[in-house]
Structures are given as C-alpha cells and as structure tokens.
Ligand binder design. Structure first.
Ligand SMILES: Cc1cc2nc3c(=O)[nH]c(=O)nc-3n(C[C@H](O)[C@H](O)[C@H](O)COP(=O)(O)OP(=O)(O)OC[C@H]3O[C@@H](n4cnc5c(N)ncnc54)[C@H](O)[C@@H]3O)c2cc1C
Ligand SMILES: NC(=O)c1ccc[n+]([C@@H]2O[C@H](COP(=O)([O-])OP(=O)(O)OC[C@H]3O[C@@H](n4cnc5c(N)ncnc54)[C@H](O)[C@@H]3O)[C@@H](O)[C@H]2O)c1
Length: 474
C-alpha cells in the first residue's frame, strides 16, 4: 500500500490550499477528488459561475435601463450566450486548478470517491487503498433538500443545475432568502424572469445587521416579490403547471412557478465517507466536529472548509487550509479565529459584513458607538447616481472597531480598508487620519470615521481649551 505524509480528501478551495501548501513544504501528498476535475463547488457550481451570471444579468439590466442617457434598448436574452460566458469564466479559472499543475508540484492526484477504511487508510473507487500519516477532510457541502411534499413531482433546481438552464423560466420561485437565493434571484430577475422569494424567517439575510437587512429588503423588493415568514408546506403539479403552497400565520397561500429554486442552506458531504471506520465524530447536522486547531476527534485527522460547519466561504476554507498545513505537518496547535473574517453578498447593491452586527456588539460590549453615513452624503455616490445605501462602523467606547457593515455600490471592494485597519490594530480615529483621494468611494469610510473626531472635538473639553487658548493669543 502506498504511504503518504498527508492525504487530502476533496479537491476544492480548502483541499487544494492544503495539498499545494504541504507539497511546497516538502511533504509527500496524495489528493483524492471524486469528480474528474479539481476546483470544487466554488469553481463549478458556486462563486465563479454565480458571479459570472450576476455580471451578465447586470449588463442586461443596465442595457435595458439606459433611457437616462437617451438610448432605448429592448430585446430578448440569449440564455445560451450567457451560459457560454459563464462557462468561459469557469474554464479560465479551471486552468489554475488544473490537475497537471498539482501533479507538477509532486502531488499524487487520485480521481475517485474516497472513504475511510481505518483511521490511517483511505479507500478510493477504482484504485488501491492508500495510507496517510495525517489526513485532511475537505469534502465541502451540497444543497440542502428539505423534505417538502411534492418536490419530486414538480422538480426543482439548485445551484448545481442552475447554470445550464436551456430556457429562462418565466415564473421562478426561490425557497430561501439567504445569499445564494438573493444573489441568483436578482440575477434571474434582471435577465427577465418574474421572481418570488419565499423566506421562512422574518427577514432576508438572517446573518446580517438589522439595518442592513431592512435596507436590503427595501431595495430588493423593487425587483423581486419578497415574502417573509412564509412556511412552505408542499409543492404540487396540476394541468402542467407547478405550484408552491405556503402558510403565513397559519393562513394558506399558493403561488405558480415554472421552476422552483431551492436555496435553503447546505448539507456537509460526510455521508459516504464512512467516518465511523476512523472513529471521527460528527455533529447532529453531519459536520466533522473539530476543535479550534481544526483537529477532529482523532488527532491526526483534520477537517477544513464547509465540511466542518464553520463559515461557508471560499476565503475561510483557504484560511483554514493554511492553518491546517502548519498544524498537520509540524504538529503545531495554531488556533483558528473567525473574529476578523469579512464577507460580501454580491447583490446590487453589494453588502459587506465584518465582525459583529450592532445587535451582537451591544450584547457583547454593552455600550457601543455607531458611526453611520448615508451614501447620499458622499460626493462620488451622488455623482454616480448610486446614493442608496450606507456604511456603519461599530466601536467599543475606546474606539476599537468591533464591526463594520455597508450596503452600496461596490461595498465589497472599498470596505476592505476597514479589514486592513483592524488587522493592523488601528482604531476608528486612525481611519479618519488617512488621506482619501477626492472623490472616491472610500470617502464614505472617511466621512463615518470623521464623526469620531467631531464628537471628541466638539463635545469634549478640547473646544473649551481651544477657545481659551485662542482668546489668550489674540
Ligand atoms: C451559489 C454559491 C455561491 C457562492 N458564492 C461564494 C462567494 O461569492 N464567496 C465565497 O467566499 N463563497 C461562496 N460560496 C461558498 C463556497 O463555494 C464554499 O464555501 C467553498 O466552495 C467551500 O470550499 P470547500 O473546500 O470546503 O468545498 P468544495 O470547494 O466544495 O470542495 C469539496 C470537494 O470535495 C469533493 N468530494 C466530496 N466528497 C468526496 C469524496 N467522498 N471523495 C473525494 N472527493 C469528494 C467534491 O467533489 C469537491 O470537489 C458560494 C456557494 C454557492 C453554492
Ligand atoms: N457571496 C458569498 O460569499 C456567498 C454567496 C452564496 C452563498 N454563500 C455561502 O453559502 C452559504 C449557504 O447559503 P444559503 O443561502 O443556501 O443558506 P443560508 O442558510 O444562509 O440561507 C438560507 C435561507 O433559507 C431560509 N429557509 C430555510 N428553510 C426554508 C424553508 N423551508 N422555506 C423558506 N425558507 C427557508 C432560511 O431561513 C435562510 O434565510 C451561506 O451561508 C454562505 O456562507 C456565500
């Protein structure tokens, strides 16, 4: 049986980071992937195709709304051309995740589904078993399909089937108003579908700051039919038409749908891994249980990415991957921390999330300071006619930034400045001390952080001191 220093099971965002990192440091690495290509969900069914579709849909939307510039445009959407464009983005990035590239790093890449024979031995479909001194599980997640009566009859699509639809659905009903549902609901709406989002909770985007939730919902409702507190009870098919049945406060409602899109969270890919053969423990949802060094209940087996149930993001899988390389190869106990992880939701306008929401910050710190600027106070957004949105920076009473949130054009890009500031130990006052080129979008950060000094200068003892000083010198 072939022996390795490290076996990585799953060749997506997390697994590829671990495999490449460990091989570069001289480890003898095997990488096992059940698909016939690498890249995982993010590349094939997630981030990349969704962002390419969103971009295409935004272009269509802008083209149809150029009357303000004196141009009138209309016309049908060529879904095949859009699908080809999405595929071209995936193919381009696939070159980076090419199997040969990993083989050139000295990694043995096995294509076939993997499972545990023992705590050191991996079975691979179509190959002989291999032995690993250490093993990293990075098998990701898949769409959660809830047991809703009728789904088999009506059919449904998920992010795994959405990027090669042959026909644009006229009436599209999304079940789930989280990031997957909303990013894609808006994209299909912009391409021309009539889109309804049914969300079980009282708000869209349940993990966001409440102010962001409200603004996002108000803005998205201009393009989507949003129904919250909707409990989907069943789906049905009659006279070649599909229907989604839901209740709000025990009152029954029904809506017609050409297609039903399920976006109700994720399920970890652990069910075929035979983790019991290795003694690896799972939580009640099937995630691999890990400690803050990403070790499972078996100390030489680690788990990174969606499969460990932490935060479901590509950049988190990458961060965890880098940490695990050090812990697995050198026996270190580097801990993971999710405190400084930003994320973006790529709706229009974009939503940026970093650290605690206002509600979480108040719960944790008691007294907090809120520095908020509406984008209509920022000249560049006014010039862009993109004044919808705001930025909110939350600090403790000493000026330490504990959360930052924004909704607005390009927020995911310009808010990264705040992440750097926190990473470098800067406080809100330091953000105000920087020079911002006029008129750019980061001026929104300048405007919000200036409020800190304004409050200090005009409300504290400094104005009194200054008055006395000036009078004395006059
Ligand atoms: C529609 C959508 C949009 C998203 N957009 C973003 C975004 O904009 N930004 C962001 O940060 N995140 C985004 N995400 C989340 C992101 O895709 C995931 O968090 C990320 O892919 C997780 O990486 P991973 O390595 O854990 O899993 P994956 O990248 O899914 O990799 C897991 C790999 O393991 C393989 N595998 C599974 N079981 C086995 C087995 N038994 N044997 C061998 N191989 C196996 C799979 O085939 C897969 O290749 C999005 C997700 C979706 C669904
Ligand atoms: N831009 C990004 O970074 C990005 C984009 C997409 C996805 N993701 C990642 O993927 C993860 C999964 O996304 P998601 O949107 O599927 O999950 P989610 O858990 O964030 O949202 C699912 C939503 O569906 C609702 N829901 C659940 N069951 C329902 C039902 N029966 N009827 C109606 N509503 C129901 C939930 O209340 C929730 O609001 C995200 O948490 C995120 O980490 C990231």
């Amino acid at each position: 049986m072939k022996k390795y220093d490290l076996i990585v099971v799953g060749g997506g965002a997390g697994g590829l980071t671990v495999a490449a990192g460990a091989a570069s440091l001289g480890a003898n690495v095997a990488l096992v992937e059940k698909r016939d290509d690498l890249g995982g969900d993010c590349l094939h069914f997630g981030c990349v195709p969704s962002k390419a579709l969103i971009e295409a849909a935004n272009e269509v939307y802008h083209a149809r709304n150029v009357q303000a510039y004196g141009i009138h445009a209309s016309g049908d959407v060529d879904l095949k051309a859009i699908n080809d464009r999405v595929k071209a983005s995936v193919d381009h990035i696939q070159e980076h995740d090419d199997i040969d590239r990993f083989r050139e790093l000295g990694i043995d890449v096995y294509l076939g589904g993997a499972s545990f024979a023992t705590d050191h031995e991996i079975k691979i479909e179509g190959h002989e078993n291999i032995h690993g001194k250490r093993i990293v599980i990075s098998t990701g997640s898949r769409p959660n399909v809830p047991p809703i009566e009728g789904l088999e009859e009506t059919g449904y699509i998920t992010n795994e089937s959405a990027f090669n639809l042959e026909k644009l659905p006229k009436k599209l009903v999304f079940i789930g108003g989280g990031p997957i549902g909303l990013e894609l609901a808006q994209a299909y709406s912009r391409l021309g579908s009539e889109v309804t989002v049914l969300e079980a909770g009282p708000h869209l985007l349940g993990k966001e700051d409440q102010d962001i939730q409200k603004t996002a919902q108000r803005m998205l409702e201009q393009e989507l039919n949003v129904i919250t507190n909707a409990r989907v009870s069943k789906t049905s098919r009659q006279d070649e038409k599909n229907y989604v049945h839901y209740t709000i406060d025990d009152e029954d409602h029904v809506i017609e749908a050409d297609q039903i899109f399920l976006a109700v969270g994720r399920k970890p890919n652990t069910d075929t891994l035979q983790l019991e053969n290795a003694g690896v423990e799972m939580d009640e949802k099937g995630h691999v249980k890990v400690d803050d060094t990403l070790r499972s209940s078996v100390p030489h087996i680690f788990a990174v990415g969606d499969v460990n149930g932490g935060l479901y993001f590509t950049h988190v899988a990458g961060y965890e991957g880098k940490t695990v390389v050090q812990n697995a190869l050198y026996g270190l106990k580097r801990k993971i921390s999710y405190n400084n992880i930003p994320w973006n939701t790529y709706t229009t306008p974009e939503i940026f999330h970093f650290g605690l929401t206002q509600q979480e910050a108040q719960e944790k710190h008691g007294d907090v300071m809120i520095y908020k600027t509406e984008l209509d106070q920022v000249d560049r957004f006014v010039a862009d006619h993109a004044t919808n949105g705001f930025i909110k920076i939350i600090t403790d009473t000493k000026g330490n930034i504990v959360g930052a949130h924004a909704i607005g054009k390009g927020a995911g890009d310009w808010m990264q400045v705040v992440v750097l500031a926190v990473e470098k130990g800067m406080k809100i006052g330091d953000l105000s001390n920087m020079i911002y080129p006029y008129p750019n979008h980061t001026a929104s950060i300048e405007n919000a952080s200036n409020q800190y000094w304004r409050a200090k200068l005009f409300n504290g003892f400094i104005p009194k001191l200054s008055k006395t000083f000036i009078r004395w010198f006059r």
